[in-house]
Design a protein. Sequence first.
Length: 177
Amino acid sequence: MFGLRAGVPYQKTGSRAAVVRSNPTGDRASGMTAFLVDSHFSTKPEFTMRLLHTMLRVGDLDRSLKFYTELLGMKLLRRDDYPGGRFTLAFVGYTDESEGAVLELTHNWDTQAYDLGAGYGHIAIEVDDAYAACEKIKAQGGTVTREAGPMKHGTTVIAFVEDPDGYKIEFIQKKTR
């Protein structure tokens, strides 16, 4: 059963409850800390979790690497070929893997394309200027599926683009503080 105790979500299991707090230090890379809570709701850290990567299967690795590095400005962090399994893993991101979450691009050598399915949503990337980011994508031959502008029923400026395999990427314009 899930409930709320002083604004903190928990899952009660007998006389103990598991509590998960997102980035308790305010540092984006710190991830989440899980606590076990006794019936008196004192907290004791049990383990720390951190998002490492999101994996996308791609049909043409070189085309995808060009998109993510040249159009979106990510760095190729590592690339490993697995000839025995006939696949390659390439990791791209804005920071080192030890500092933040990255994308894992998986290329199965014998597969040219994938059905994206109905469960995938999108990847979100913060940008300084969503309008300029869309213009850059279009100028380099990329696909913008939703032009930059305020989100429906809100003020946050967003846009959507597609990578070469059809995965949706949301640009969220950084808010001025």
